[in-house]
Ligand binder design. Sequence first.
Ligand code: DLL
Length: 463
Amino acid sequence: MSIASAPEVPNTPADASAANAVAAAIASTDPGTTAPGEADAEERLSREEVERLQLTRLKATIKHAYDNIAAYRELYDAHGVKPSDLQTLEDLAKFPLTDKEFLRNAYPFKSFAVPMSQVRRIHASSGTTGKPTVVGYTEGDIDRWASLLARSLRFSGVKPGDIVHNAYGYGLFTGGLGAHYGIEKLGCTVIPMSGGQTEKQIQLIQDFKPRVILCTPTYLLALADAFRSKGLDPRETSLEIGVLGAEPWTEKMRHEIESAFGIAACDIYGLSEVMGPGVAGESQNRQDGSTIWEDHFRPEIIDPMTEDVLPSGHHGELVFTTLTKEALPVIRYRTHDLTRLAPGTDRPGHRRMGRITGRSDDMIILRGVNLFPTQIEEIALSIRGLSPHFQLELTRPDTMDQMTVHIERRPEIGRDEAEAAGAELAQQIKVKVGSSCQVTVAEPETLARSSGKLRRIYDRRPR
Ligand code: DLL
C-alpha cells in the first residue's frame, strides 16, 4: 500500500503569503472576474489551455504541500519523489496515492498547509466509525468554492434573481453552507432551510415560491410523498429546477423526480476532502453527466486493485488532485467513487464524469457476485408498481449470505399486483446481476426516509 501515516510533528508553515506557491500560481493565472450570470473565462478555455493551466497550478500545489505539510514531505521522501519531478501532467502518476486514512492520521489540523490564523472555516465528514475527516478553508478557498458552486448552478439553469430553497444540511457537512455561499454569489435569494422538518419545507415551498431546490435526490422524493399525503400535487409548486447530489442516483431516478415535480433535475457532485459540492456540475441543456471543473481539479481514473492509471473512457475509481486549494491541498486523493471520464461537451475544455455507479466501499459481494444499490434502483424503477423506496438487508441465516430487498409498492397498485412485481424484481436481479435474493414488498410510506444521504444497506451478518 502506498499510503503513509502522518507524523506526530506539527507543521510549521512559514509566513503563508510567501510560502503559498498556490496563491502565487492563482494570481499569475487568474483571468479576472465576470458578471455573476455569465460564463467565466476559465470555464470557456480549450482543452489545451486547460491542460496548460493545470500544469502551472499542479506544480505549485505539489510544492505547496511538500513545503508546508509534514505528512506529504514524509510520504514523498519515503517514495523518493520530489516536487521538481513533476514536469508534465503525466508525471503526476509518479506520486503516491493518498486516501481518507492519510487525512485521518493528520487529525485534526496537521493536513493544513497554512497557519491556523488563515483558516476561516472548518468542516468535517460524519465519521460514523473512528475520527472524522477534518477539512479547512482559507478566505480565498471559500471564495473560489462559492464561485464554482455559482458556476455549477448557472450551468444547471439557475439565474441571478432566482429564489433557491437550500435543503442540504447546514453544519459540519459541506452541503448546506457550501451551496449557500454559491447561491448568494450567483445573485440569487437563498432560503437556508437545511434538511429535515419536512412539514416546514412544504409550507415554505408553497409560501416563498422558490424556482430552485437543492437537496439529495432521495429527500426530494420524500418531499414529493409528503406533498401528496397532504393532498397537494408536487407538480403544482413553483419549482422548475432541482440541483441534486451527495449520493448516487440513476437516470431512472432522474425521470422519477422530473415527472413527480415537473422540473429539470441536474446533478451536482463533490466531496469534502476535495472541496465540497461544486467539484462538478451538470448542464441543464444536455443533462449528459457532470462536468468536472478542471481549472481547479485534475481527475484521474485508476484500477482500484492495481492502482494503475486507466486510459481515457475506462471505468474505475476516481482520484482527484486539487489545483487551487490553499488550506488543504489534496494530491491524488482516492475518492472510492466508481465512474468513468468522458470528453467535454458544453464546456469542451473540461471533461465530464459518468454517473457514480457506487462506492467501492458500498459494494455488496453476495456469494461471489458484486453488486451496487444503484443496480437495484435501475431495475426496480423499470417495473410497474414498485417505488424508488427500498433497503437492502444482508443476513447469514446459515453459512450462506442472503440479501433481502425491502421495497415499497406504489399506492396505485393493489397487494396482488405488488406481489407479482416483487417476484419480477427477484427474477430480473437474478438475470441482470447474477444473484438470487428475497424480495419483500412493503406498504407505501413504511420504510425509513432520510433528510440527507439515504442509507440503503443494512448489513446484519455476524462479524
Ligand atoms: O456529499 C458534498 C456534496 C454536497 C455534494 C451536496 C453534492 C451536493 P461528502 O459528505 O464528503 O460530500 O460525501 C462525498 O458523496 O465521494 C460520493 O460518494 C457521494 N456523492 C456526492 N455527490 C454525488 C453525486 C458531499 N452527485 C461523497 N452522485 C462522494 C453520486 C455523490 N454520489
